[in-house]
Design a protein. Structure first.
Length: 121
């Protein structure tokens, strides 16, 4: 396992609006949580993550940034066990600060890992 396997680098992200649109237009699966929705599309060479977290759903910048940080960490920890998929996370409905969004993310990523395990090389 190299350092790049456990880091969240630029190659691990969806960067352009066209890449996001491709995931939204042709998802192969959606994983629903109580407050979050994860779109999954067939990727090219490695798993990549995109975050579409809007002010409309989470007013506070600190809440948005915390969710992004937690999501990137879950992705970073699980990407070595994932197949080549593109992911986009959105917020379905608001939640307050007392809600443990990290637990919901962990459940979603464990489901994702079971559905799309990496192919043995």
């Amino acid at each position: 396992m190299t350092v790049s396997d456990v880091c969240f680098q630029k190659k691990d992200r969806l960067l352009t609006p066209a890449q996001f649109q491709a995931v939204f237009d042709a998802p192969i699966k959606k994983i629903h949580g109580e407050h979050l929705l994860l779109f999954i599309a067939q990727g090219e060479t490695l798993p990549r993550l995109g975050l579409a977290i809007t002010k409309k759903k989470l007013k506070n910048a600190t809440d948005r940034n915390r969710l992004k940080r937690l999501t990137r960490e879950q992705f970073r920890l699980n990407k070595s066990g994932l197949a080549d998929v593109d992911l986009v996370l959105i917020v379905k409905k608001r939640y307050d600060k007392t809600y443990d969004i990290g637990a919901e993310l962990a459940v979603m990523f464990s489901k994702l890992k079971k559905m799309y395990p990496s192919k043995p090389s």
